[in-house]
Ligand binder design. Sequence first.
Ligand code: ARG
Length: 561
Amino acid sequence: MDYKNQVAQAVAAVVPELDEATILSKVEVPKDSSMGDFAFPTFLLAKERHMAPNQIAAEVAEAIDASNFKQVEAAGPYVNFFLNQENFGADVLHAILENQEYGHNTDGEAGHVTIDMSSPNIAKPMSMGHLRSTVIGNSLAEISKANGYQPIKINHLGDWGTQFGKLMVAYKMWGSEAEVKADPINTLVKYYVRFHEEAKENPALDDEGRAWFKKLEDGDEEARQLWSWFREESLKEFMELYETLDIEFDSFNGEAFYNDKMDGVIDTLKEEGLLVESQGAQVVNLDKYNLNVAMIQRTDGATLYMTRDLAAAIFRKKNYNFVKSLYVVGGEQREHFLQMKAVLKEMGSEWSDDVEHIPFGLITVDGKKLSTRSGRIILLKDVLKDSVELALEQIEEKNPTLANKELVAHEVGTGAVVFHDLMNERIGNFDFKLEEVVRFEGDTGPYVQYANARAQSILRKAGNPELDLSDVVITDENVWETEKLLGDFNDVVRRAWRDREPSVIAKYALNLARTFNKYYANSKILADDGQLNARLALVTAVSQVLTESLRLLGVKAPKEM
Ligand code: ARG
């Protein structure tokens, strides 16, 4: 089904000056399809032939064997190729219906890709930022798999750091076990907020907090027990959210896991002569990278976020032997990851170039930023609950007799939030207005899901017949745009991985849904003529590709809604 190759072959037959591979690399896809589906520029022949490119184009177009194409014509310095639409369409439908994995490739050669994603902080609610990391990371994992890699999804839980010392002090002063058990995260946040308020008046509290964290790092029994209890209770709540989104992880090794692996890092840094003292702390100088010093060890000997990340990076290389190591973390940590890569490089790790920070922008909800410390929190689980409710309202209105309404509302409501998150380039900031996200019209997940459900309903109406793949030519010109888009899917999956951009898939899915809806509005699909089988093949192919696109985004595709 490689039409670009066909074009290159046809050109090569009449342009002996160039080899086929060179020609293939020069074949373009015109922006405007009225200029053809492919074009070959003739500039590079001008010297050789001592002729103006326009003339060469005319000569080549004249000489070429055009029998495989609808039309071949010269336009200025280009030779434009118009594909035979009916053949192209039939080829695409074949390729899709014969291969459930249409769109996948093996480029990755089964290489491992670690994906650091979600990574919320224990004893704090999961923020919109963590949601972004979760859904972007999950989608990149699926996209990497479709490109032949093996993803390893790692939840680098924020389960270590001075805040746990503070929390312990707060809990010991004002806490109650029953209260924590009843509503873990909210209660722990309450203690934490109170701690900060009181510490403003009484700075000695901060010292006490630091002392308790030190105890924790030194393995003190009581500190350990409190810590693992806070962790467990918080994790329970996070797991509910992951279940709602149907997202799984391969590892929950958080920051604490690297506790016994940091001495190794510090030793290596010392051996390499990279560690220097600065105001009592141990740092690595990164002047030559134009970066601030990386703090490795504090005055009191306590380690830092950076130290744990260095240990984690090295552990991941050893343990998973990755070809790429991705960190899906907000753009505000850009400097941190630049420093981390620089320190790894200084340590002589050649693989530091395979470490990639995948940053993303901020979400505001109805124009408001979310923050823990102020106590002004919009809880993620509430956002998802509201969106499922909104989805249910719309289903009640549109399709009141639908079976499994609750399940479908769940898939549409959560899918809407996820799709909205992935629809725009990840680096951008955006505001989130629930009513807009869950609409069945416009640029939304439910719109794509609805197009797929419509395709499924057409197939049901036709009685879900067995398709005859030997007869899938459609002569109706309205179908052309849809078939062409279906043919793009391989490229789209590659581009999404190359740019680490789920939005490439989301935009494609919207486009395909829109184009298919237009076709559906203008042509009678179920007309009982000689091409009914071919049109049902097209509808099946559209549904398959829409479903796969949504799957790559982590969004379900209900067959009815
Ligand atoms: N827990 C951190 C936070 O919420 C994110 C961790 C990201 N991953 C990493 N390896 N540093 O900000």
